[in-house]
Design a protein around this ligand. Sequence first.
Ligand SMILES: Nc1ncnc2c1ncn2[C@@H]1O[C@H](COP(=O)(O)OP(=O)(O)OP(=O)(O)O)[C@@H](O)[C@H]1O
Ligand SMILES: O=c1ccn([C@@H]2O[C@H](COP(=O)(O)O)[C@@H](O)[C@H]2O)c(=O)[nH]1
Length: 241
Amino acid sequence: MAPAYKRILLKVSGEALAGDNSFGIEPPFLQAVAKQIADVAKTGVEIAIVVGGGNIFRGMAGAADGTDRVTADTMGMLGTMINALALSNAISRQGVKSKPYSAVPMPSVADAFTAREAKASLEEGYVVVLGGGTGNPFFTTDTASTLRAIELECDVVLKGTKVDGVYSADPMKDPAATRYDHVTYDEVIGQDLRVMDTAAFALARDNGMPIIVYALNDAAGLAGVLSGTARSTRVSKSKPL
Ligand SMILES: Nc1ncnc2c1ncn2[C@@H]1O[C@H](COP(=O)(O)OP(=O)(O)OP(=O)(O)O)[C@@H](O)[C@H]1O
Ligand SMILES: O=c1ccn([C@@H]2O[C@H](COP(=O)(O)O)[C@@H](O)[C@H]2O)c(=O)[nH]1
């Protein structure tokens, strides 16, 4: 059976890459995520990845400690680049070609991101791993994910994170929160359901880009999400009848 999607944008949570730790990358978990991605790539699905940086540094935390926000966000973007290099290398080790790109110019580290070059690499069968977020302070890698999905003409954004969908409240803080199978852009924005930031949801809404939120550690993996067997929440314009 043909895959449901031709080209996907996967957001890999930086925070989740820390596994059971609160900082850094847990190598076995990184390899497990890389294997899930490589297995799907081998079925012919084109995969672009945006990596977060919450396992290394978040600009808001730095700014709260007194670092100026632009410097703090730059530190955050550099953190995402560390994750991008690690993930791209881990995917290559699973036998699938992968290339990192950076939104922040650093020529000796990775090619600078352009949509044109990233698209050409996708067409050549590379999994492209996009570090540096949007390349601008005051944004997040969630917004970068939606932006890159639109630029690269992806069919869907998959947000792989620590929770298995969008809930009525943050499930990490409210044990009574309930999970939705499907929710609209207007509901997530109107009810301030903060699994992604409002800018990311608004950009997705304005460009009709569907988002699927799932847990990176789900045993069914990325393939399970794409086939509909893993727990997840779909965010789109309207709900199925
Ligand atoms: N209504 C909600 N439904 C689900 N999760 C929510 C909700 N509100 C807040 N969250 C929180 O959002 C988190 C995911 O977003 P967050 O930006 O913190 O992390 P991430 O994108 O996974 O990590 P990183 O920024 O490192 O890439 C979840 O772990 C969850 O605790
Ligand atoms: O476009 C962007 C993306 C990210 N940042 C900074 O990086 C950190 C880590 O990204 P997360 O999305 O939180 O995982 C973020 O806190 C920002 O400080 C950025 O400046 N611009």
